[in-house]
Design a protein around this ligand. Sequence first.
Ligand code: NCD
Length: 345
Amino acid sequence: MSSWSHRHVIDLAAFSEGDFATVLALAQRFRSLPVSGARKLPALQGRLMTTLFFEPSTRTRSSFELAARRLSADVQTFSPASSALSKGESLLDTALTYVAMGADLLVVRHRCAGVPRGLALALEAAGTSVSVLNAGDGLHSHPSQGLLDLFTLARHFQPDAPTPEALRGRRIVIVGDILHSRVARSNLWALTACGADVVFCGPPTLLPEAFASFLDAPPPGLQRDPVPQRGQLHLCRRLEDALPGADAVMTLRLQKERMQQHLLTSLDTYHRLYGLSHERLALCGRPVPVLHPGPVNRGVELAGRLLDDPQRSLVDEQVRNGVPVRMALLYLMATRDGGDGGQLA
Ligand code: NCD
């Protein structure tokens, strides 16, 4: 198993195939822990994780907090509305306040792309040893979501051995508001690194043609791609053309809060053209699972009956898998032991 070299986790574009294998193996190990009773591991005893969420969250923040507690870390939650930010304190000074209290790891969500990376660099420059984990920045990146989706798919295809190889040669269709989705971008880096082909499907307003060359240049901030050979990315305008041959379909929330102008004629039209249902999925030609990162606009991105169908919907499974995947990330960042479990006993 490869060693862990990432002090911060900002973007899955920086992950090698070995990094993905390490996270998946450790997540599988954590997932198999009993779900009640003695489910806490002492691994991060004495460590402090602080969540700094400047954007709303239901799943991600609670999932990180539960993951940290299951590893016996202390947890602190920053609430922007009741904080000194309203008195003019800068984000860096807020972060340094938590570092002074002993935070080892800051989990940061912000509506502006680049904030977690900027904060990580500023905290390094300030001489601290704290790590920053990006919990979603604007439309840029959401690495823990990309990893939990990868883990969920790998477990679906190979329940007993959810390795990156489980994704090789698969066709994964991602439908909807690609333009505003950090989840789509993180999934793209993760899935193609594991050898899957990704099809982005959506109307031109939510899936600009420029996405076609998204994987061509080295990932942002890197001289070269850490993955020598990736799966391919295809763009598709019509769901009817995207679905045949798919191995799994992920649909995304319409991110109305990020839309600068009217990009949709109506929600009804969107549902008619891009909404998922049992009938639509029949076009895949075989029974395929459906994923959604949540929160779901029921009846818009997918029909309620499909969302509630445990035979087809992996949405609850994604939420469940979020905890062991985040445990793996926290463990790796805090211990850098490469996931061979040296410090797990
Ligand atoms: C996503 C996010 O915040 O980017 N949600 C999540 O973390 N589960 C997707 C979304 O908000 O639509």
